[in-house]
Write a protein that binds this ligand. Structure first.
Ligand code: HEM
Length: 431
């Protein structure tokens, strides 16, 4: 079970914690109906003391509905930060790194993985981002990765079929498939897909270790050291035997080793769960909506549409952190300098101001941009490679090979999490 799947867990991308220290100053009013003076300075954020981590973990969406209807921003003691839930407010944060910094103070992600591009502001961030070169870009995916993903997919789909009805869609297929892809994207020819899954999970657990559990730190540090050793071994090899991987590109770049290590660890943590989760969530949603499944089977273009609708409907990264660099008024709410924010993509993507009937999975809805891949300078660097692995390669081949795939009626599926959300159990059957 992943960190995201435990009620008390926190995450590298959110920095959220269940530890509730000093409850912020005030309850105060909401942005709606503020006086003219308050409109200039902003009203204080309401306190959502009714929000609990276990409730968020089980099903965050009713909570987000209530929060959005009250105010775009709340102080949430259980999470120990302000949670921003409206589309407009999340979008504003993403577009303005001067007021909303990604370089969070006391970041456990930095402790567990080092200081990666995801926790840097520009201009430093851009140097790291550029160091990823063309590996994740559409041209390289088309020319190089799609063929490799197809081979990997065939292997893990065959393993699922061999396992037979009752196999778990996530753990017997989606997880090893996406882990193997990420292994090759990174260039870890000296590791296995199982190593990738273990590294990813233990480092994510480390970045969420607000309880300071020494056992979690030990495992995270052990993985971090293994990744360092694997990088140290691969860089000279790839300098002589270049391929299309991230490490191969980095082997010839004037980038400090510390940055290479941190960025690779962040990518191991962030590039594995999300394609896995979106693959499982999309298929789960389609299996629950037979008319939409039928449409996808009959029209190849709809694989990509179903993928995007799935990322909107259940954002795989449900929340990530930012910190205010000055006093700001966000959608009418005052936030003091140094406020820790949770940008709740899972809520923004279901904002009724933007999406009609937002709680429904509907591949036929009018096309509107969702925020599932973030935005601004940190817009997900793996967007295109995630689309390729899932929508272009996996979905068409899977639905062709097992056209009568069904959810196992004897073993219910489970979806869980809020910082990362996805299927944690999904037994399937066919035949
Ligand atoms: C459906 C799958 C995915 C989703 C929904 C997703 C989502 C996101 C989001 C929301 C962010 C921004 C977080 C923030 O601003 O704090 C992000 C950043 C990032 N993602 Fe993804 N991601 C996915 C797949 C991947 C994959 C497969 C890779 C790599 C192979 C990847 C690599 C990255 C990197 C390197 C960043 C940091 C970008 C930067 O700081 O400039 N992602 N992702």
């Amino acid at each position: 079970m992943s960190a995201s799947n435990t009620p008390t867990a926190t995450c590298p991308f959110s920095g959220a914690t269940s530890a509730s220290s000093a409850v912020e100053e005030s309850a105060g009013g909401t942005a709606a109906g503020a006086s003219p003076a308050a409109a200039m300075t902003g009203v204080e954020a309401p306190v959502a003391d009714w929000v609990t981590i276990p409730d968020l973990h089980a099903d965050p969406f009713p909570i987000y509905q209530r929060m959005r209807s009250e105010s775009p921003v709340h102080w949430v003691p259980a999470v120990n930060r302000y949670m921003v839930t409206s589309y407009a407010a999340c979008h504003e944060i993403e577009q303005d790194e001067e007021r909303f910094s990604a370089d969070e103070n006391n970041s456990l992600m930095k402790r567990a993985m080092g200081h990666s591009m995801l926790r840097k502001d520009n201009p430093k961030h851009q140097v790291d981002r550029d160091s990823y070169g063309s590996t994740l870009r559409p041209g390289t995916i088309k020319k190089h990765w799609n063929e490799i993903f197809a081979v990997n997919h065939e292997k893990y789909l065959s393993e699922l079929v061999a396992k037979g009805p009752g196999a778990d869609f996530v753990w017997d297929y989606a997880a090893p498939y996406t882990a193997e892809n990420l292994r090759l994207i990174c260039g870890f020819h000296n590791a296995s897909q199982q190593d990738m899954q273990r590294w990813s999970q233990t480092m994510i657990d480390g970045t969420g270790n607000y309880a300071d559990d020494p056992e979690i730190w030990d495992k995270s540090a052990a993985s971090s050291a293994e990744v360092d050793a694997a990088i140290d071994e691969m860089l000279p090899y790839l300098a002589k035997n270049p391929d299309h991987s991230l490490l191969s590109g980095l082997a010839s770049m004037p980038i400090p080793l510390e940055a290479i290590r941190a960025n690779l660890k962040m990518t191991i943590g962030g590039g594995l769960n999300e394609p896995r989760d979106v693959l499982a969530t999309t298929i789960w949603a389609l299996l629950n909506h037979p008319e939409q499944l039928e449409a996808v089977k009959n029209d190849a273009k709809l694989h990509a549409v179903a993928f995007e609708e799935s990322v909107r409907w259940v954002a795989p990264i449900g929340m990530y952190p930012r910190e205010t660099t000055q006093d700001v008024v966000l959608e009418g709410v005052h936030l003091p300098k140094g406020s820790r924010l949770g940008v709740v993509l899972g809520a923004a993507n279901r904002d009724p101001e933007v999406f009609e009937d937002p709680e429904s999975f509907n591949i036929f809805r009018p096309k509107k941009p969702h925020l599932g891949f973030g935005g601004g300078v940190h817009f997900c660097a793996g967007t295109w490679i995630a689309r390729a692995q899932v929508a272009q390669i996996a979905m068409p081949a899977l639905l062709e090979r097992i056209p009568d795939l069904r959810l196992d009626p004897t073993a219910p599926s489970i979806d869980a999490g809020w910082v990362f959300r996805g299927m944690t159990k999904m037994p399937v059957t066919w035949g």
